[in-house]
Write a protein that binds this ligand. Structure first.
Ligand SMILES: *Cc1c(COP(=O)(O)O)cnc(C)c1O
Length: 477
């Protein structure tokens, strides 16, 4: 499979090339040059596969530069009950007989759905780097979920170091404890004296220093990584088979969305032939996506206009994976996508009303909705009352909007994107009690913390990274 850029550049290479690439040289995102599809018969043939075998079936057409036995071994190691604490990996739970279902994606090491793709990334990075005799130093910024998923996926991995910037004192107590309690020679936690945007700006500034970047093999694991999107498509298939529907019957999904990576993976599954009807994009107060799907106008918010909400992992004003969606809607027209994204980059609205592209959007099954803090609390409380089930604030947004679009006789699968233990304060505000946490995280706040506080300045930060890498090099025999 060859990969191309959403802005039109061709021949980006194969899967392993785009895995390590970040943005394409023309600033676009990597996409496969075609989307392999499964016939209804092919689909029936996948029924009954366990998660790792299903992952192979869904993913291998996009990964033809890794031998079958090696890819299967990596998927088996990734999607293992010991990692995800469930034989099903992503169990599907009906909520009473409401027609709503919870797809549990958050039983992995960091208690958020990002583990599902990130754990695979840890395996495949190590594999590809070994074959190429290369190293990768991941530099990232996190407000909580991405950082812990990345660190838990990369810990102990050969040829990989992680430098993770987070805003000093601003993550939840649980999130801080989750990251800072790690004590591994290849994980470096840096608490920046500033806010999340400052952390992101530091990452951008360091990446703009191409000399430093090349000298120290600086890379990223952000949500635009194609391998993450691809790995996420698998659980849509898993949920469909768990429902045991008669062949061809449709299913709807509701997805708490921020950067549009998760729900785009659902669209990929749909384009591959999975009979998905609606893809419900659930937003919080930062409702750019909701606005687009209800009006046809995509108008991003600047960082300063992004509200801080109680579903913080969705506080995003510009959904980077949305470019992949526009590319497919345009009929894989890189020039058109480039024009649209230049408007987005300039802070101007992209208006599809009256264009044939808007009909494409309507036909693609996407619908949107938004939720407020009060809605979120009420949904957490009502879900507990109706179904005896505590959910996290992001999952609550998905349930609220999903139920609004639910159709008689069609299952509505709501994606559980984090466990309530990760967002204790909001859950407690809703139901008056602290959500249970998995035993392995009991007392985590009391463990020693390993992090370095640094000022919001790229110069000393670069020197520090270079020094740590020098030490690591000397320690390697
Ligand atoms: C990252 C995240 C989201 C948003 O997912 P996207 O792929 O960015 O749309 C939603 N909920 C939680 C808990 C997350 O960590």
């Amino acid at each position: 499979m060859k990969y191309v850029s959403t802005r039109g550049l061709r021949d980006l290479g194969g899967f392993s090339d785009v895995l390590l690439m970040g943005l394409a040289p023309d600033g676009g995102l990597a996409m496969p040059e075609r989307l392999p599809t499964l016939s209804p018969d092919d689909l029936e043939g996948l029924r009954g596969l366990d998660y790792a075998d299903l992952a192979y079936a869904v993913m291998h057409p996009y990964i033809d530069d890794i031998p079958e036995a090696d890819l299967r071994a990596m998927l088996r190691a990734t999607y293992h009950p010991d990692v995800f604490h469930s034989a099903d990996i992503t169990p599907l739970t009906p909520l009473g007989n409401s027609g709503l279902f919870l797809l549990e994606l958050s039983n992995g090491p960091s208690l958020a759905f990002k583990d599902i793709a990130m754990q695979f990334l840890g395996q495949v990075f190590e594999y590809v780097l070994e074959r190429r005799n290369e190293e990768l130093n991941i530099l990232g910024a996190t407000s909580g979920d991405t950082g812990s998923a990345a660190e838990y996926a990369m810990l102990g991995k050969a040829r990989i170091n992680v430098f993770m910037l987070s805003p000093h004192g601003r993550m939840s107590a649980f999130q801080q404890a989750q990251m800072f309690s790690l004590h591994e020679p290849n994980i470096f936690n840096i608490a920046v004296q500033g806010v999340f945007d400052d952390c992101q700006d530091l990452v951008k500034e360091i990446n703009a220093d191409t000399g430093f970047k090349a000298r120290h093999a600086i890379g990223a694991v952000n949500s635009i990584n194609w391998a993450r999107v691809l790995a996420q498509a698998v659980y849509y298939f898993k949920a469909y088979f768990a429902l045991k529907l008669p062949a061809g019957q449709q299913v709807d999904f509701s997805v708490p969305s921020g950067n549009f990576g998760n729900v785009f993976a659902g669209y990929l599954a749909k384009r591959m032939g999975l009979p998905i009807g609606q893809l419900v994009v659930a937003s919080n107060e930062n409702d750019v996506l909701h606005e687009f799907f209800s009006t046809g106008v995509y108008h991003v918010r600047r960082a300063a206009q992004v509200a801080q909400t109680s579903s913080p992992s969705m506080d995003i004003g510009k959904a980077s994976n949305f470019e992949r969606y526009l590319y497919l809607i345009s009929g894989a027209d890189g020039a058109q996508t480039g024009v649209w994204w230049a408007e987005v980059g300039g802070g101007r609205p992209v208006d599809l009303r009256g264009m044939a592209h808007w009909d494409e959007v309507r036909a693609s099954g996407f619908v949107g909705g938004r939720s407020s803090h009060a809605d979120r609390l009420e949904t957490i409380r009502r879900t507990d009352e109706r179904f005896g089930r505590l959910v996290d604030p992001h999952t609550a947004d998905g349930l609220l909007v999903g139920e609004r679009y639910a159709r008689a006789g069609v299952p509505m699968v709501c994606l559980e994107t984090a466990l309530p233990a990760k967002f204790e304060d909001t859950v407690k505000e809703a139901v008056g009690r602290t959500p249970p946490r998995p035993e392995r995280f009991e007392g985590i706040e009391e463990l020693p913390r390993h992090f370095t506080v640094m000022e919001n300045n790229a110069v000393p930060l670069k020197a520090w990274i270079a020094q740590k890498l020098g030490q690591a090099l000397q320690a390697t025999p």
